[in-house]
Design a protein. Structure first.
Length: 170
């Protein structure tokens, strides 16, 4: 279990690799594709309120996917476990207390703007918070865009066609 800053990513990577290898072996699925879709997502979050927004986004996944009528009815979530008293999975204490009306807040669907901001942050790995803070956090964490950098300059065929990146048909 990670017990210091920066230890979570390597721990999750190790846990996922060990679990995937054991699952493939147990289900005779070696060489038949990925067990997980992608790595877990982790981004810096500015305030406690914004942390609750991201937390709500996560707890809402089964409701958004129409797997349950209310988020707390999903048995494999921390929200579901907290409402049923299920202690099969022991979670550490949360970094902040949830409001007394947390279950109702979770079940109130998020706005299009909230969803777009959270998804943009998670998809790009950018810090989640106001613009000025996010820029400072990017510099402090050494954040850079994921994936391949964009192509620069012209392609070999652009000289002939006069358009950037367009290949002539004949």
């Amino acid at each position: 279990m990670p017990d210091q800053d920066g230890a979570m990513s390597p721990f999750i990577r190790w846990l996922a690799a060990v679990h995937a290898a054991r699952w493939r072996l147990a289900h005779d699925a070696i060489g038949r594709g990925a067990v997980y879709q992608s790595r877990f997502k982790s981004v810096p979050v500015q305030t406690g309120q914004q942390l609750l927004t991201v937390w709500r986004y996560i707890e809402l996944n089964p409701l958004r996917a129409e797997l349950v009528k209310r988020a707390e009815l999903w048995p494999w979530s921390s929200l579901g476990a907290s409402t049923t008293g299920d202690d099969t999975v022991t979670l550490g204490p949360p970094p902040l207390a949830t409001p007394s009306d947390w279950i109702e807040r979770v079940n109130a669907l998020q706005t299009v703007g909230e969803l777009a901001a959270i998804r943009n942050s998670l998809d790009s790995g950018q810090p989640f918070g106001d613009v000025a803070w996010a820029e400072v956090a990017k510099q402090e964490t050494g954040w850079r865009p994921r994936g391949r950098p964009p192509k620069r300059g012209r392609t070999p065929f652009s000289i002939l066609s006069g358009e950037k990146g367009v290949r002539p048909l004949f």
